[in-house]
Ligand binder design. Structure first.
Ligand SMILES: [Zn+2]
Length: 254
């Protein structure tokens, strides 16, 4: 069954109408790369957006001279600046080691109490099931967030760590199976600006090529979904109800 039908049956708001979102990123920049323009639209519409960054970002460099400790501090500063630009309500760094040996289970256990405390209308994260995704932090984060969503509503698991809460919708960015296409033409430039403000990551000779590639992809998606009468950009997501996260083989095609 298509998610759009399920969404209407469950009386869930469309993505841009959710009042609050918890966005969990593996590294301090992934939320912008995957969903920066949509997040900006959400905060402009008054939604409360919490950020959780899983890892410290120490491995985000190809410079042999880089000091990983300094990079962690630089990326925290970049994260704070970008939060201001996008209107993020609160932002938390869980401090797991970038590309480290932490487990999916440890992250799930860290997230369950946060979900129960904030009770977001939607949880957003990276899609761990996108084929060829090879970064362990992305795979572990996408899976741990999904497990935390189904455990947060359980009355026995992590008892005493907040009241059970059912997250109505989970939103994956970077998905190979998108089912939701948001017109982000109005905030596309802000997304690029927010990405570029992660100077340690994107102030590189590749930026021109990367931003062009992202814009061309987003423009192609816009044409596909809104026609070619005018030019615009789209961010694409896989959105599922929490019910579809367990024993639901059709979820990939939903
Ligand atoms: Zn990442």
């Amino acid at each position: 069954m298509k998610f759009e039908v399920i969404r209407q049956m469950l009386n869930l708001p469309a993505l841009l109408d959710v009042p609050s979102v918890l966005a969990v990123e593996p590294h301090p920049d992934d939320n912008e790369v995957g969903a920066g323009a949509t997040i900006k639209l959400l905060t402009e519409r008054g939604a409360r957006v919490w950020y959780v960054t899983v890892t410290d970002g120490r491995a985000g460099s190809e410079d042999k001279a880089v000091n990983p400790e300094e990079l962690v501090a630089v990326r925290a500063e970049e994260r704070a600046k970008v939060n201001q630009l996008l209107g993020i309500s609160e932002s938390y760094q869980l401090g797991f080691e970038d590309a480290g040996a932490w487990t999916e289970r440890e992250l799930t256990q860290a997230l369950v109490p946060l979900i129960r405390r904030w009770r977001p209308a939607a949880v957003m994260t990276v899609d761990a099931w996108t084929p060829y995704e090879s970064h362990p932090d992305h795979i572990k984060t996408g899976r741990a967030v999904s497990a935390a969503v189904i455990f947060a509503k359980n009355a026995v698991i992590q008892r005493g760590q907040g009241d059970p809460y059912e997250v109505p919708q989970i939103v994956y960015y970077g998905s190979a199976y998108p089912n939701t296409f948001v017109d982000v033409s109005a905030t596309w430039e802000t997304k690029l600006q927010a990405m570029r403000a992660h100077v340690s990551q994107f102030d590189t000779p590749n930026w021109a090529l990367l931003s062009q590639f992202l814009t061309e992809e987003a423009t192609r998606l816009y044409r596909e979904h809104y026609g070619s009468a005018k030019r615009g950009q789209v961010e694409a997501f896989k959105v599922l109800s929490s019910m579809q996260l367990h024993f639901f083989p059709e979820a990939m095609r939903s």
